[in-house]
Design a protein around this ligand. Structure first.
Ligand code: NAI
Ligand code: A1CAB
Length: 278
């Protein structure tokens, strides 16, 4: 389905690069089918071209007739400027995939030609390793063929889940922002490892392998996380001591609040955009 489709990115930042890297590595589309553009940073476009061999153009040079999938990958605050820029150029056959946190499909549909197909997606930066957990929520004009195209494209960068748009805020809290929680966790594991006498690189490798192993257990075994945790925990052993400290310092609550905090911010961004419209 991706054969001969041309995929253009508006925005060439961290998220766009993670997706471009995963898409090119998956080899389902050739780098020449991928066009990357941004606001004005030519150095950044040179860097992306040198790394991934994709086509790069300034946004003014884009030929919208040749774009089948247009990925919006700028910051949420820039959406209205971008809608103004594309509304008279975007073609009816083009499906728009927006990765912007908190920006609803209805907000985008309002500013675009009637009937434009818009899909809100939420990948994460693990797209670079083709290990993203990505959500898709189609807007009201999207047809099944375009959902399948979006799914196939996003499967190049990991697992894809089709969800209801109202679930997008909590999905963002868990998966869009989620990698940062694990990096933060690792920063602290590494610090404790160093304090315990390990070289930083070794502490990082041990911590990362432990996170990877635990993730694989949860994905591939039938036991629940609670059962898996209990299997590690000997009475009065080392794990019990570690978990007691996690409880004492509010580890569980902190994790729940991290997810809820990101979810709340995603909702706030949507509300702010609604106010701009009114
Ligand atoms: N970084 C992440 O982990 C994730 C980010 N997202 C979403 O991805 C979007 C981009 O985030 P990052 O890549 O982290 O930001 P970034 O700041 O690294 O990149 C933003 C890009 O947008 C470009 N840009 C700005 N205004 C533009 C315009 N008017 N036209 C075309 N390009 C324009 C900039 O030149 C830059 O290349 C955000 O909306 C964010 O919500 C979604 C999931 C995860
Ligand atoms: O921090 C953000 O707003 C973006 C969306 C999800 C991850 N990064």
């Amino acid at each position: 389905m991706l054969n001969n489709k041309s995929i253009a990115f508006l925005g060439a930042g961290n998220m766009a690069e993670a997706m471009i890297s995963g898409i090119v590595t998956a080899k389902k589309v050739s780098p020449k089918q991928v066009i990357v553009s941004n606001n004005s940073n030519k150095t950044r476009l040179h860097e992306i071209k040198a790394k991934y061999n994709v086509r790069t153009l300034s946004k003014e040079e884009l030929d919208f007739h040749e774009i089948d999938v247009l990925v919006l990958a700028m910051k949420p605050k820039d959406i209205d400027l971008v809608i103004d820029f594309i509304q008279n150029k975007v073609q009816p056959h083009t499906v728009i995939l927006s990765v912007l946190a908190g920006i609803s499909t209805s907000h985008m549909e309002e500013g675009l030609p009637n009937g434009q197909q818009v899909i809100r997606v939420m990948p994460n930066t693990s797209s670079m390793m083709r290990e993203s957990a990505t959500a898709i929520a189609p807007g009201k004009h999207v047809e099944m063929g375009e959902i399948l195209t979006a799914k196939e494209l996003l499967e190049c960068v990991g697992e894809v889940y089709v969800i209801e748009e109202e679930q997008m805020d909590i999905f963002t809290g868990i998966a869009g922002s989620g990698p940062a929680y694990f990096y933060y966790l690792m920063e602290h594991i590494e610090k404790a490892g160093i304090e315990g006498g390990l070289a930083p690189e070794l502490a990082r490798k041990i911590g990362s392998q432990t996170i990877l192993g635990a993730a694989k257990m949860m994905l591939e075994r039938t036991e629940t996380p609670t059962e898996l945790r209990e299997n590690v925990t000997s009475p009065n052993g080392t794990t019990a001591a570690g978990l007691d400290a996690l409880d004492k310092y509010g580890g569980g609550k902190a994790i729940t609040q991290a997810v809820k905090g990101a979810e709340k911010r995603s909702k706030e961004i949507s509300e702010q955009m609604q106010k701009v419209l009114v």
